[in-house]
Design a protein around this ligand. Structure first.
Ligand code: MN
Ligand code: MN
Length: 322
C-alpha cells in the first residue's frame, strides 16, 4: 500500500511567481521524460517482476519518482500562485490580468484551463500518454530502456536548471537531476547482475550476420571507427554485389492455396497497366500555362495544349437538355 508523508522529499523554495517558467517545468511533470512517466514505467515493471531484488528496487524507485512528481508539481503550483489568485478573485483590471496570464509559453492555458495547478501535460500542453512507457517485460530490455530514460531525464533537468536564475528552484532541480544519476547507476548494476544480458532473450543471433557491418553510405565522408572496423567486424562495402545476403533470390513469396492464387491472379489481371496506350487524362482537360508537355503523340498542328483542348472538346459529350 502507499502512504502519504506530509513533507516533500526535498524542500521547495520559490523566490517569486513566474507562470512562464511553470509552463516550462511541466516538461518534467507530464512530459515523456518526466516524473509521472518514470513512476509508471518502474511501477508497472515492478508489479510483473519475479526476481525479488529487482522487484524491490523497481518499486523503491517508482515510489521515489512519485515523490519527485510531488516536488516538481509543487514548484509549478508555487510559480503559478500569484496569477491563480488574481484570476480567481478578479483582483486586477482586465487588461492587467490579460497580460499576467499571457506570461509566455502556454501559461495562459495553465491559468485558464487548469487554474494554475500542475497539469498532466508537457511544456507545450500535450497531454501525458501511456505511450511514453515502452516496457517489454524482459529485464535485459527494460533495464536498458530505464538507463536511457534516466539519462534523458538528467539532460532535461540540466536544461531547465540552465534557464532559471531562481536559486531555490535551481537547488531543487539539482536534487531531482542528481537522483536520476543515482537511478541510472542502480539500473546499470541490476542489468550487469544478470550473467548473460546480451543479446536480450534466449535465442542466439545468427553467426553469419552477427559481426557484419553493412556500409550503406559510401563515398565522401565514409568513416571507420570501432563500430565498424577492427578484428570483430566484417565490413560489407559491395552491397549490390552481395544481395541478398542469404544467397536466395531476394524476392518475396508466399504459399497460397489454389483458390487464393486464382483470386490474386484475377485481381492482378483486372488492375494491370495497359502500356499500349497514352490515355487522355484530366491533366490534358485542364492544362494551362505551366503545365509542361501533356501529350507524347504528334497531333499534327499547334501547341500541345491547344491540341489537347481540341481532343478534350471532341471527347466531351454534348450538354444534356434538362
Ligand atoms: Mn525522478
Ligand atoms: Mn529516476
Amino acid at each position: 500500500m502507499f502512504m502519504h508523508n506530509k513533507r516533500l522529499q526535498y524542500t521547495v523554495r520559490v523566490a517569486e511567481p513566474n507562470p512562464a517558467l511553470a509552463s516550462l517545468l511541466l516538461e518534467q511533470f507530464g512530459g515523456p521524460d518526466g516524473e509521472l512517466a518514470a513512476a509508471m514505467r518502474y511501477f508497472t515493471q515492478g508489479l510483473a517482476e519475479d526476481d525479488p531484488g529487482r522487484k524491490d528496487m523497481l518499486l523503491d524507485i517508482a515510489t521515489e519518482e512519485l515523490s519527485h512528481l510531488e516536488v516538481i508539481g509543487s514548484i509549478v503550483a508555487m510559480l503559478n500562485k500569484g496569477v491563480k489568485g488574481a484570476l480567481s478573485e478578479a483582483a486586477m483590471e482586465e487588461a492587467d490580468l490579460y497580460m499576467a496570464i499571457n506570461a509566455g509559453g502556454d501559461s495562459h492555458t495553465q491559468s485558464l484551463l487548469y487554474g494554475g495547478g500542475p497539469s498532466l501535460t508537457n511544456s507545450s500542453g500535450v497531454p501525458w500518454t501511456a505511450a511514453y512507457i515502452d516496457s517489454r517485460g524482459d529485464p535485459t530490455c527494460d533495464l536498458r530502456s530505464n538507463i536511457a530514460a534516466e539519462s534523458r531525464a538528467k539532460i532535461i533537468y540540466e536544461r531547465l536548471i540552465n534557464i532559471t536564475d531562481d536559486p531555490g528552484i535551481k537547488d531543487a532541480l539539482g536534487f531531482l537531476m542528481t537522483r536520476e544519476v543515482a537511478h541510472q547507476k542502480s539500473f546499470e548494476k541490476a542489468l550487469y547482475s544478470i550473467a548473460d544480458n546480451f543479446p536480450p532473450g534466449k535465442l542466439p543471433g545468427v553467426e553469419a550476420y552477427a559481426n557484419l557491418y553493412v556500409n550503406t553510405s559510401q563515398g565522401e565522408g565514409d568513416a571507420t571507427g570501432p563500430w565498424n572496423s577492427g578484428a570483430q567486424w566484417q565490413k560489407l562495402d559491395d552491397i549490390a554485389g552481395n544481395l541478398p545476403v542469404d544467397g536466395g533470390d531476394g524476392q518475396a513469396s508466399v504459399g497460397l492455396d489454389a483458390a487464393e492464387a486464382e483470386t490474386g491472379e484475377a485481381m492482378k489481371a483486372r488492375l494491370g497497366s495497359n502500356l499500349a496506350q497514352d490515355p487522355v487524362t484530366g491533366v490534358e482537360l485542364g492544362a494551362g500555362p505551366g503545365a509542361g508537355r501533356v501529350q507524347d503523340r504528334d497531333l499534327g498542328g499547334a501547341s500541345d495544349i491547344a491540341q489537347a483542348r481540341q481532343m478534350a472538346a471532341a471527347m466531351t459529350p454534348p450538354a444534356q437538355e434538362q
